[in-house]
Design a protein around this ligand. Structure first.
Ligand SMILES: NC(=O)C1=CN([C@@H]2O[C@H](COP(=O)(O)OP(=O)(O)OC[C@H]3O[C@@H](n4cnc5c(N)ncnc54)[C@H](OP(=O)(O)O)[C@@H]3O)[C@@H](O)[C@H]2O)C=CC1
Ligand SMILES: O=C(O)C1=N[C@H](C(=O)O)C[C@H](O)C1
Length: 239
């Protein structure tokens, strides 16, 4: 496949290495270190899919530029979802597919699935409080993590005692606390804890390397071309 990389940081570089190992061709790299390369330089005949891992403030503009060019785009940047409805509308207007996941790791998407199942069961039996904790490296700019937000949304859908989330410890029974910690080079750890006076139950995902994110993003890029609409990992994995 012909891939356009948008963002050449930790994820962009890891995706480049794995894409080449899988026999794909990198036709361009858009990044502040290459100011002469722009998304608007590329047309669909040159690119099968773009893969975007940049920054919360840059992601929507990059996604919109790809969609306007008619280039299918796989986006992994977090912290820009207030613009998601605009991106969905643009995908529909242009007939160009968009793939978004707050986390591309297959393991995390299984964790999301189990999280919703556990939340529904814990609601059914009652007596527990719940909180979400995420730990990431100190270079991370957004808080809470996109993965923690998806996790929290899954709990809010199935555990009606919580009606909203707050990014700090909270005494309010209806608020789901998301605790964010930044520590060294931690790749990404997410923990959901249900606790009662008698006991506690934890669901934890710990990424050891970025390889899971990279593999998932490449699977999405291989799957997306030729489709129409807005997709996520549930569509890709059939979860
Ligand atoms: N969905 C998932 O599975 C995952 C999501 N992420 C998310 O992906 C994003 C990137 O993560 P990561 O690679 O670790 O971050 P890095 O900071 O290592 O890399 C981001 C790169 O994007 C560049 N960049 C900034 N603005 C633009 C722009 N307008 N156009 C093109 N490139 C730009 C940065 O350049 P400069 O440094 O000069 O600003 C940098 O080279 C984050 O939002 C992170 O949360 C990360 C891992 C997995
Ligand atoms: O910034 C990161 O590194 C990560 N970001 C994503 C998120 O915000 O959830 C995914 C992963 O946890 C790594």
């Amino acid at each position: 496949m012909k891939l356009l990389l948008i963002g050449y940081g930790k994820m962009g570089r890891a995706i480049e290495a794995q894409a080449i190992a899988r026999g794909h061709q990198i036709v361009g790299i858009v990044d502040p270190t290459r100011p002469d390369v722009h998304i608007s330089d590329f047309v669909p005949a040159q690119v099968d899919a773009a893969i975007e891992f940049t920054h919360p403030d840059a992601a929507f503009q990059n996604v919109a530029a790809c969609l306007k060019q008619g280039i299918p785009v796989v986006c992994g940047s977090t912290g820009w979802l207030h613009h998601f409805p605009e991106a969905q509308a643009l995908s529909q207007q242009t007939g160009t597919p968009l793939f978004y996941a707050s986390n591309y790791s297959v393991g995390v998407n299984l964790f999301f699935h189990f999280n919703e199942y556990v939340a529904a069961k814990m609601h059914q039996f009652g007596g527990y409080n719940v909180q979400v904790r995420e730990i990431h490296h100190t270079q991370k700019v957004d808080q809470p993590s996109g993965t923690a937000l998806t996790t929290a949304e899954g709990i809010l859908r199935h555990f009606p005692a919580k009606t909203t989330w707050r990014n700090e410890a909270t005494e309010a029974a209806h608020e789901l606390a998301i605790l964010s910690e930044r520590e060294g080079t931690v790749v990404g750890t997410h923990i959901v804890t249900y606790s009662s006076p008698a006991d506690s139950i934890e669901l934890k995902h710990e990424a050891h390397t970025r390889e899971g994110f990279v593999q998932g993003a490449l699977l999405a890029a291989e799957w997306l071309p030729g489709r129409q609409g807005v997709f996520g990992m549930k569509d890709l994995l059939g979860l």
